[in-house]
Design a binder for this molecule. Structure first.
Ligand code: 4AD
Ligand code: MG
Length: 434
């Protein structure tokens, strides 16, 4: 087939009238006697190829019978415009060459249970729903990097093997580290981007983070990706302004560039179009009052459970900030409120439609002695923080940052039921394969 130009299915519309070669896999097939139809996918899209018995040689005509679902193939044909077809084109096939014939592909058009599909995730990724989700994931990652690049942030990658406990001691994955004792997988890159912010002003890290959380909820993974910007001189309100600008940008770009994928998932795009600044802001005190009015049994001082998060965002059509949480439910590094010693200068951002917390952020404690006191209060291993504490000795400045959970954000934007569909190969408390 070397004489025909090889074209991606997504680009066929630019080649109407030309004879091209497409390489891919058989998605499905059907026949009506002298004409048969092959749905071919190549990763960029799906196109229908039409075979007419009297127009092709017998090898090509019999390829139809040989090809099973997900068999790999090369095909040559003429591109025809067809407004009813998904990509606006169809292929009049002249040659079809099977490459490898797939045996009994396990995922068929019938409904499968989610456990079965997760066990076959390495194949399930080829199906249309995961395909749309992963394309949107890619776009979200790109939009995030674009946002920070446009604003002169420097991407400063944080280590995955660490000593310092970034969030809480209870959820560490530990490992022996040669002769140096225990190390653990990073729960957050925050402490390291704080160092980076003192070097570059505005930085971010974006990578996998790990939590040995025993929770089996639809909002928890044991390995998830987190974006963590950190900005010198930003206070907690500057921090919230940046968060809403980011979330608005990401949603807007996904709508602009991945509308067809959102449509493929059946996502209500009008709801996403309403995600515009400013987002509502409630103090924790106010949020507790609202929740109690709505029937929650929450007491001042408790963190919000999943149900509270959903209840709270019910009455809004865009993400909602809750700020100034009780010190007792938040991490050691958050700065104390200047007039309310029981409260810290932090915020969570809750997505609408019951998707829960997508961002946690705060102004950081920049006073050396207060920070030491907090580390002791929390019973954290002080020696592991010696380098972190030095950041408060050599030109400490007010600074803030936040962490955006990538899979939570994807789940919300795609309208998924569970985070496990938002990452290519999910790691859950009861799943480490494939
Ligand atoms: O609120 P978290 O724990 O905050 C931090 O780790 C800070 N150090 C971030 C920072 O300020 N640089 O986590 C941040 C976000 C949450 O809002 C949530 O979206 C996501 O990470 N997240 C999880 N996503 C999936 N599975 C889990 N087990 C998650 N835990 C947190
Ligand atoms: Mg949080």
């Amino acid at each position: 087939m070397s004489d025909a130009k090889r074209v991606s299915i997504a680009d066929l519309r630019d080649h109407v009238g030309e004879t091209v070669e497409v390489r891919g896999w058989l998605y499905s097939k059907r026949s009506s006697g002298k004409i048969s139809f092959l749905l071919i996918r190549d990763g960029t899209g799906i196109v229908q190829g039409v075979l007419v018995e009297k127009e092709v040689d017998s090898a090509t005509w019999s390829a139809y019978d040989a090809l099973t679902q997900e068999s790999s193939l090369a095909a040559r044909g003429t591109v025809r415009a067809d407004t009813r077809a998904p990509g606006g084109t169809e292929l009049s096939l002249s040659v079809v060459e099977p490459l490898q014939i797939a045996e009994d592909y396990p995922i068929g058009p019938k409904e499968h249970g989610v456990d079965f599909l997760l066990n076959h995730r390495h194949l399930w990724l080829r199906s249309s729903r995961p395909w749309h989700v992963m394309r949107i994931r890619d776009e979200i990652i790109f939009a995030i990097r674009e946002f920070f690049h446009q604003r002169a942030f420097v991407c400063l990658d944080s280590p995955i093997l660490t000593r310092a406990i970034g969030e809480e001691a209870g959820t560490l994955f530990e490992t022996e580290y040669f002769d140096l004792g225990k190390a653990s997988l990073a729960q957050t890159g925050q402490l390291y981007v704080e160092a980076g912010a003192m070097a570059h002003g505005k930085v971010y890290c974006f990578g996998p983070t790990f939590r040995a959380e025993k929770s089996k909820t639809r909002r928890h993974l044991t390995e998830f990706w987190m974006l963590e910007p950190e900005m010198a001189w930003y206070d907690w309100e500057d921090n919230m302004a940046l968060q809403e600008e980011l979330v608005e940008h990401v949603v807007k770009q996904v709508l602009a560039r991945r509308g067809a994928d959102l449509e493929g998932l059946g996502r209500d795009m009008d709801r996403l179009r309403r995600v515009q600044r400013p987002f509502p802001r409630l103090s924790y005190d106010e949020a507790v009052d609202v929740l109690r009015e709505k029937g929650s049994a929450i007491e001042w001082g408790a963190d919000f459970g999943g149900e509270d998060q959903t209840l709270l965002t019910d009455s809004y059509d865009r993400p909602v900030f809750v700020h100034s949480f009780p010190k007792a439910v938040k991490a050691f590094y958050m700065k104390q409120h200047p007039t309310r010693p029981d409260v810290v200068l932090c915020n969570d951002l809750f997505a609408p439609e019951g998707y829960g917390e997508i961002i946690g952020g705060s102004q950081r404690e920049d006073d050396h002695d207060r920070l030491v006191a907090r580390i002791r209060e929390e019973g954290l291993p002080e020696a592991a923080y010696d380098w972190y504490l030095e950041l408060r000795k050599y030109g400490s400045v007010p600074h803030s940052g936040f962490g955006l959970g990538l899979e939570r954000t994807i789940s919300w934007i795609c309208g998924l039921d569970h985070l496990r569909e938002a990452i290519p190969f999910p790691r859950l408390i009861n799943r480490i394969t494939p």
